[in-house]
Write a protein that binds this ligand. Structure first.
Ligand SMILES: Nc1nc2c(ncn2[C@@H]2O[C@H](COP(=O)(O)OP(=O)(O)OP(=O)(O)O)[C@@H](O)[C@H]2O)c(=O)[nH]1
Ligand SMILES: [Zn+2]
Length: 201
């Protein structure tokens, strides 16, 4: 977002917050029932604005970039690689409420492998945006399939949605599970069973 000359700044070295953004947050505070003029809330609009830039940093993070350094060398290893229980946070596009959970990302290498941290980086690049869980799951799987070209990819995500716990239906402890299987994990039942067994072990 471009900063304008009216930008309000709080604290040195911090990103300026455009006046229309902080005004919008003051309006939201009023709408929520509080007074943005009271002392404890004076700097809140700028903090909230910066917090949202941070929650949504995925818009400035190219997921494909993280898969641009891939390796031929697999040391004779030709079995499933699984990164399990990767914690992540996202926000739902309906209420901008937190989605908190963990992801499991597996692939069966084709000609290439990738540094394992890169799989988590791909996840965060998509998660740090306004999302629905189904799309997040597909985007991560599709990106790995397209850029790493493995024989198969499996992405399973388990998460709780703040819009279901803190508001609305107010039902805590509900976990939404989604999965996206591509390549051999989609086409071959034995491979799918194997990867699901590894994920649940
Ligand atoms: N499928 C899916 N639904 C989601 C996700 N995040 C939030 N939702 C749902 O999006 C729906 C939005 O429904 P609406 O009826 O438009 O909004 P609402 O009146 O606030 O709905 P309630 O949450 O039931 O109060 C709700 O059912 C949410 O639970 C997600 O990642 N995937
Ligand atoms: Zn929601």
């Amino acid at each position: 977002m471009a900063c304008d000359l009216d930008a309000e700044t709080v604290g040195e070295g911090k990103e300026p917050v455009p006046a229309d953004v902080s005004d919008a947050i003051r309006t939201l505070i009023r709408w929520a029932g509080d007074a943005p003029e009271r002392e404890g809330l004076l700097e809140t609009p700028e903090r909230v604005a910066r917090a949202w830039r941070e929650y949504c940093r995925g818009y400035n993070d190219d997921p494909a970039y993280h898969l641009s350094r891939i390796f031929h060398e697999v040391g004779g290893y030709d079995d499933i690689v699984l990164l399990k229980d990767i914690p992540f946070q996202s926000h739902c596009e309906h209420h901008m409420a937190p989605i908190v959970g963990k992801a499991h990302i597996a692939y069966l290498p084709g000609d290439y492998v990738v540094g394992i941290s890169k799989l988590a980086r791909v996840l965060h690049a998509f998660a740090n945006r306004l999302q629905v869980q189904e799309r997040l799951t597909s985007e991560v799987a599709n990106c790995i399939q397209e850029h790493l070209k493995p024989q198969g990819v499996a992405v399973v995500i388990e998460a709780t949605h703040g819009c279901m716990t803190g508001r609305g239906v107010r039902t805590p402890n509900v976990i939404m599970k989604t999965s996206r299987m591509l390549g051999v994990f989609r086409d071959d039942e034995k491979s799918r069973e194997e990867v699901l067994k590894l994920i649940s072990a």
